[in-house]
Each structure stands twice: as structure tokens, then as C-alpha cells.
Design a protein around this ligand. Structure first.
Ligand code: B1M
Length: 209
């Protein structure tokens, strides 16, 4: 019941209601894990609707803000309960590219799917992607490019990972408006998805395989 209420509050982007429900749940002795499940259910529904063009970027951002309010309150308790993230993803917008709205959506959807995300931000060089893989040992490396002039940097990152002997340690996911499945295949990445919700589904499948 509370799980459904939490899910609906996230879907409706009601951050205050999410906070109140989480606090009520914790006071009533609910586990943080169960409360988190309600939050993730809500983001799952939004992700699906976003994919089907039933909701758009603003609704996703508002739902994500509500989700983050809830996970912020649960963080300490989840650590106490020993809840581990499903896996880790390092993501960033490639070198020369400042666009981050799509990348931020991917981050939110990844977090909504239960992944820990290390966000490298924008204008990330191949060396910085490599360093992040060495430091965080992610299962997933996600790159976003919005410019035809920067998408080639995704290829450089794949090559830099190979040169560092790290290529087989991560699944490389690519996306962004000019990126296509054919380009993904050409540069030797592991997955292309057209939208953030599909990216989260694929990432979850990779880490739970
Ligand atoms: Co720029 N821009 N921009 N821009 N901008 C575009 C991309 C452009 C198509 C506009 C146009 O000319 N029609 C064009 C690119 C042309 C091209 O290369 N083919 C362009 C240009 C040229 C430029 C500048 C060069 C302009 C200039 O200065 N002359 C400049 C470049 C700066 C730089 O990066 N070095 C520039 C700057 C900017 C702003 C800073 C003003 C701003 C960015 C603000 C920001 O991001 N914080 C901006 C914006 C907002 C846009 C448009 C209008 C919107 C992009 C966007 O956020 N879309 C865009 C035109 C348009 O698309 N209508 C445009 C919404 C977002 C949710 O979509 O990021 O595609 P998107 O993400 C999608 C999918 O692609 C996917 O998931 C999301 C949906 O769920 N996805 C992934 C994204 N990453 C993924 C990763 C994955 C999987 C899926 O796996 C890891």
C-alpha cells in the first residue's frame, strides 16, 4: 500500500509527499529497502511512459527530483541495512561537447534502476574516462554526444580503453541525437539506445546477466 503510494508520488513528481511518506514508513518500521522499491517502481513507470512519448523531459526531471528526495532520506538507512547497488556505471558527455540534458536523464534513469552512477560531467576526455574506469571499476561505461563533430570521441574512448587493457572489463553504452546503431557497431561499443529509459533497461540487463 505504502509502496504504491510512494510510486504514485514519484510519478506525480510530488517531492514533499515522497518525503512525508518515506518518513512515515521509517517511523512505522518499514525497511528502507521496501520504501526504495516503491520509489523505483514510480521511476520505472515514468521511464516506460517517457519511452512511449506519454510524458516528456520536464515530467521526467520532476519525477527524478521527487525520487532523489526520497533516496536522500533513505541513504543512511540503506547503508545500515547493507543494501548494495546492482552495479556501477560511469557516465559522461564526450570531449568537446557541453550538452548534458540527455546525459543527466540517463543518469537519473540508471539510478532509478538501482545502479550507482559516477557522473564525470561534460567535455570528458578519453584519458578521464579511462582513469574513471581504473578508479571505480564500473560494469558500465556510458557516453553521450550531441554533436556530429564530437561523436568521433566515442571511438577514441573505446580505443583508449583497449590500449589501457580495460576494454573487456566494461560494457560500453553510447547514445545522443547523432549516434546510431550502425555507429555503435562501427566503433565497437556494446550497446546503443535511442533514449534514457531504454538505456537503463539495457544497463540493468548487463549488470544482472
Ligand atoms: Co546545442 N546543438 N549547441 N546547445 N542543442 C544541438 C544538439 C543541435 C542539433 C541544434 C541545431 O543546430 N539544430 C546542434 C548540433 C548539430 C550537429 O552537430 N548535428 C547544436 C549545436 C550546433 C550547438 C553549438 C555548436 C552551437 C554554437 O555554439 N554554434 C553549441 C556547442 C557547444 C558544445 O557542446 N561545445 C551548442 C550549445 C548548446 C547549449 C549550451 C546552448 C545547450 C545545451 C545545454 C545543456 O545541455 N546543458 C544546447 C541545446 C539545449 C541544444 C538542443 C536545442 C537540445 C538538446 C537537448 O538537450 N535535447 C539541440 C537541438 C535539438 O535537439 N532540438 C542542440 C533534449 C535531450 C533530452 O535530448 O540529449 O538527445 P538528447 O538525449 C536523448 C537521447 O539522445 C538519449 O536519451 C535522451 C532521451 O531520453 N541519449 C542517450 C542521450 N545520451 C545518451 C546516452 C546513452 C543512451 C541514450 O547511453 C549512454
Amino acid at each position: 500500500m505504502l509502496r504504491e503510494e510512494l510510486s504514485l508520488a514519484v510519478q506525480n513528481g510530488k517531492a514533499k509527499d515522497v518525503a512525508a511518506l518515506v518518513e512515515q514508513g521509517l517511523a512505522d518500521g518499514e525497511t528502507a529497502q521496501n520504501l526504495l522499491a516503491g520509489l523505483l517502481d514510480g521511476m520505472g513507470v515514468i521511464g516506460e511512459k517517457f519511452k512511449n512519448n506519454e510524458v516528456f523531459v520536464p515530467e521526467v526531471l520532476i519525477a527524478a527530483r521527487a525520487l532523489n528526495r526520497g533516496t536522500g532520506l533513505l541513504k543512511a538507512r540503506l547503508v545500515e541495512e547493507g543494501v548494495e547497488p546492482l552495479g556501477t556505471a560511469v557516465i559522461g558527455t564526450v570531449q568537446g561537447d557541453q550538452h548534458d540534458i540527455g546525459k543527466n536523464l540517463v543518469k537519473m534513469m540508471f539510478e532509478g534502476a538501482g545502479l550507482k552512477v559516477v557522473d564525470l560531467g561534460v567535455d570528458v576526455s578519453p584519458d578521464d574516462f579511462v582513469a574513471a574506469v581504473q578508479e571505480h571499476h564500473p560494469q558500465i561505461l556510458g557516453m553521450s554526444s550531441l554533436l556530429t563533430t564530437t561523436m568521433g570521441s566515442q571511438k577514441d574512448v573505446v580505443a583508449a580503453l583497449a590500449a589501457a587493457g580495460l576494454r573487456e572489463q566494461v560494457k560500453i553504452m553510447v547514445g545522443g541525437a547523432p549516434v546510431t546503431q550502425a555507429f555503435c557497431d562501427e566503433i565497437g561499443a556494446d550497446a546503443y539506445t535511442a533514449d534514457a529509459a531504454s538505456a537503463a533497461e539495457v544497463a540493468k540487463a548487463f549488470v544482472t546477466a
